[in-house]
Design a protein around this ligand. Structure first.
Ligand SMILES: Cc1cc2nc3c(=O)[nH]c(=O)nc-3n(C[C@H](O)[C@H](O)[C@H](O)COP(=O)(O)OP(=O)(O)OC[C@H]3O[C@@H](n4cnc5c(N)ncnc54)[C@H](O)[C@@H]3O)c2cc1C
Length: 416
């Protein structure tokens, strides 16, 4: 029997602690918050998108190549089926939406039911749970006399020094710091010589240099959000999905998914956003508009546009573009036609402002995957240190992938 300290009582830490204690180890779980699973409780808007349906190969395809390669062994050992079986045995029934996202059965506080299930699991196997216990430092020393000897880690909780045969760090990312994840552990690891990648915003709303507060709450559906290097620059990335206007910019699935690329382009000096409601080429839309003008010459330009864009946008955009509200298609000039086509094929949203790390559903960056054994989550060159969950340089898209990555890597870390 080994002694194990798990730091962080979120998705990864709960699974790591449960797994290690299930194997007969003496496990202590230290969680900074007054209760366990605070971020889990707000996940999926309080509904908790636990995982994604499908075979391991399909789940891995949602991650970058390097991340998928790293995740493969742990996902095979503890995949979506294993997570759902475990929860089902604790009374959490789930269902799968058409888009493959798996949720607990709909009822108020369903995310809290997931946390309650994990809490029951860790307590049943005898994990010694300490809440309100924020680890304040990480110390390392050489385990042997020789130069290449592995290092040993110890923790500090204020004045108290804690050692164990195994220390598992499951302290999460750096977004939503109010949920306990301040990201400081990554800095400690860097100081101890562990290769890390700095935290970077991901899956976050995008503030715009010219926000449209009057459009707050309006959604652009079934289109594509596009990122280019400047207004006339080359296309860098695009994401199909809904965009939602907020007071300060844009949110919604397409904005979240594109946010990391947007911030990278912004830091590189040139980022520009447009939205295409119609995914056809501008020439095809122009031809369709001309055909419409011939078939229906008295149709108002505003009406044509309202069939393709939300009314609230049309009310503002037409006067801004110098097209009269009552102008009929038969009276539309070539320039006016180009304007209408432009609004539905490349609505300019403009330059982004810095994407906030704190508002991301996940934080990109973390412990460099090359420094970690993907089967055990052990840090290379360390005798007793493992890392798992969002603290690793892992970030998947929206859809249950990030929690699954936390569960899988937590399970691997707890397998001792
Ligand atoms: C609003 C929101 C919604 C989300 N929705 C979903 C979703 O529906 N599906 C999905 O797959 N993913 C979702 N995510 C992402 C998902 O919640 C995270 O990827 C996941 O929680 C990461 O698990 P983790 O255990 O690594 O970290 P966390 O769950 O963040 O747990 C880390 C824990 O470590 C503790 N801790 C940190 N530092 C210390 C310290 N020094 N000492 C002691 N304890 C410490 C923290 O208090 C925290 O409880 C969402 C995220 C957010 C912010």
């Amino acid at each position: 029997m080994a002694s194990v300290i798990v730091v962080g009582g979120g998705a990864a830490g709960l699974v790591a602690a449960w797994r290690a204690a299930s194997q007969g180890h003496a496990v202590t779980l230290l969680e900074a918050n007054g209760r366990l699973g605070v971020k889990l409780r707000i996940s999926g808007g309080g509904k908790c998108n636990i995982t994604h349906d499908g075979p391991p190969k399909a789940l891995l395809a949602a991650f970058s190549k390097d991340q998928a390669r790293f995740l493969r062994p742990s996902l095979h050992a503890f995949g979506n089926g294993a997570v759902l079986d475990l929860l089902r045995r604790e009374g959490v029934e789930t269902y799968t939406r058409e888009n493959g996202r798996v949720f607990p059965q709909d009822r108020p506080g369903s995310a809290a039911a997931v946390v309650a299930a994990f809490e029951t699991l860790v307590r049943r196997v005898g994990v010694d749970v300490h809440t309100g216990a924020r680890v304040t430092a990480l110390e390392g020393r050489m385990a042997g006399q020789e130069g290449g000897a592995p290092r040993l880690a110890a923790l500090r909780l204020g004045e108290t020094r804690m050692e164990a045969d195994h220390v598992i760090l499951a302290t999460g990312g750096a977004s939503y710091p109010e949920t306990g994840t301040r990201g400081e552990v990554l800095g400690w690891l860097r100081e101890l010589g562990v290769p890390v990648k700095p935290w970077f915003p991901a899956l976050a709303p995008i503030p715009l240099a010219r926000p449209r507060p009057a459009w707050e709450g309006v959604a652009l559906r079934n289109g594509e959000l596009r990122l280019s290097a400047g207004p006339a620059g080359r296309r860098l990335a695009a994401f199909a999905g809904d965009v939602l206007f907020t007071r300060t910019g844009i949110s919604g699935p397409a904005a979240l998914e594109l946010s990391q690329a947007v911030e990278r382009a912004r830091r590189d000096g040139a980022a520009w956003l447009t939205h295409a409601s119609l995914l056809e080429a501008p020439e095809a839309v122009d031809a369709a508009l001309q055909a419409e003008a011939r078939a229906n010459p008295r149709l108002r330009a505003a009406t044509w546009l309202q069939r393709r864009l939300p009314e609230r946008l049309v009310e503002d955009l037409l006067p801004e573009a110098g097209v009269g509200r009552d102008l009929m298609l038969k009276d539309l000039s070539k320039v006016g036609r180009r304007t209408l086509v432009g609004l539905v094929t490349a609505l300019p949203l403009g330059a982004p402002q810095p994407v906030p790390l704190a508002r991301g559903e996940v934080a990109a960056g973390g412990v460099d995957l090359v420094a970690v054994d993907p089967r055990t989550m052990a840090l290379r060159g360390w005798e007793n240190l493992r890392v798992c969950g969002e603290l690793l340089d892992l970030d998947g898209p929206v859809g249950g992938y990030n929690l699954q990555a936390a569960f899988s890597t937590g399970y691997a870390a707890g397998t001792i």
